[in-house]
Design a binder for this molecule. Structure first.
Ligand SMILES: O=C(O)CCC(=O)C(=O)O
Length: 352
């Protein structure tokens, strides 16, 4: 695998046609300093304060970002991790960051129309890798998981400096051009399968707070391992033309939480805040998510496991907890007790 530095498209900001043509060619844009660095730093500092309160950091006195306390390493579904992460994610200005005017100007220029910002932003707080840390996301395309508009793009931005060895995003340039790719089983990916793509050339590199990577819903990408001594903190969010269809899962929660629960922790309970329920005031078309392809993949995993394919282990672990139906969860659990899988020691984590 050859690691090539991201192609820097910052000089094209302001020229929507050139940005669109670069995105169509490479499947991603690397735009440096697009988000206001002081705003990013303020959000990061509040997240670090919560991390410190949770005992995730070693004491620090200098101006350097604090080191993680390896004794506190945690991840989904550890309830302690989930509770702290939820408090971090609720930060009102973390959400506001992904609505920064400079970013929205680039995106509306790319779409040629106003932007729908998906409200369900993703905050990733990754402890340094150790024996119990789960694998990285693995090579994937976003479209199968979100559906809705094929013109959706993701924006990924670090809240701390990242490099290829400390969790920088990696993308496969031009991989979007083949459309939706078949999947292959992979025990080295968080969900147990990944896009069947050519990974001989990978674009990655150092990214600093304020930098963004914009990529299409079909661009194959992956997080990379955090081999560093600090927390790797990033946010990713999806954007689409407002006139395209969107699936409910991009807007509302599917786990019993409500946005009102979130806003209760915002200043004035979110009342009068332009970010509160903003998508409900837009002329959007909500369409059903088709669970068919996902459920077909789960059946393929179970068939592969029944045929004794050891590459199905990770996917079985995920299905046994998060499988789409009761029968699949039961069957995956039973298969994990049988050879060649036996008892598993790898913790199952959120497939997010
Ligand atoms: O940050 C990561 O580790 C993965 C990011 C990702 O998969 C995404 O933004 O869709």
């Amino acid at each position: 695998m050859e690691l090539v530095p991201f192609t820097d498209s910052t000089s094209l900001v302001g020229d929507s046609r050139a940005l669109a043509s670069r995105l169509a060619e490479d499947g991603y844009l690397c735009l440096r300093g697009l988000l206001p660095e002081p705003d990013v730093a303020a959000v990061r500092d509040r997240i670090l304060a919560l991390a410190r309160g949770a005992g995730w950091l070693l004491p620090s006195t200098g101006t350097e970002l604090p080191l993680a306390d390896r004794r506190a390493t945690a991840w989904w579904p550890d309830p302690g991790y989930v509770a702290v992460h939820d408090r971090m994610w609720r930060d009102r200005d973390l959400h506001a960051l992904m609505h920064s005017p400079a970013l929205l100007a680039v995106l509306s220029g790319l779409f040629g129309e106003p932007v729908l910002v998906h409200p369900r932003k993703v905050l990733r707080v990754v402890h340094p890798r150790c024996a119990t840390t789960p694998p990285e996301t693995g090579w994937h395309q976003d479209y199968p998981g979100i559906q809705g508009s094929e013109r959706t793009v993701a924006v990924w931005t670090p809240l701390v400096p990242v490099e290829p060895g400390t969790g920088a995003l990696t993308v496969l340039p031009g991989s979007h051009r083949a459309g939706q790719l078949p999947m292959r089983l992979s025990n080295n990916s968080m969900v147990g399968w990944e896009a069947d793509a050519d990974t001989s050339t990978v674009h990655t590199g150092r990214l600093d707070p304020g930098d963004v990577i914009v990529f299409t819903a079909f661009t194959v990408h992956s997080g990379s391992a955090n081999e560093g001594p600090r927390l790797r903190i990033s946010v990713d969010c999806r954007y689409q033309p407002v006139s395209d269809p969107v699936c409910p899962g991009s807007l509302e929660f599917d786990d019993g939480r409500t946005w009102d629960d979130v806003y209760r922790t915002w200043p004035s309970g979110g009342r009068g805040d332009p970010l509160s329920h903003y998508w409900r005031r837009l002329p959007i078309t909500v369409v059903d998510y088709d669970p068919g392809p996902h459920s077909a993949r789960e059946h393929e995993v179970i068939a592969a496991a029944e045929a004794g394919n050891p590459d199905a282990r990770r996917a079985l672990q995920v299905i046994s907890v998060y499988g789409g139906d009761h029968a699949s969860r039961e069957r995956a659990t039973a298969l994990l007790r049988e050879p060649p899988f036996g008892a598993s020691r790898v913790p199952v984590t959120s497939p997010e």
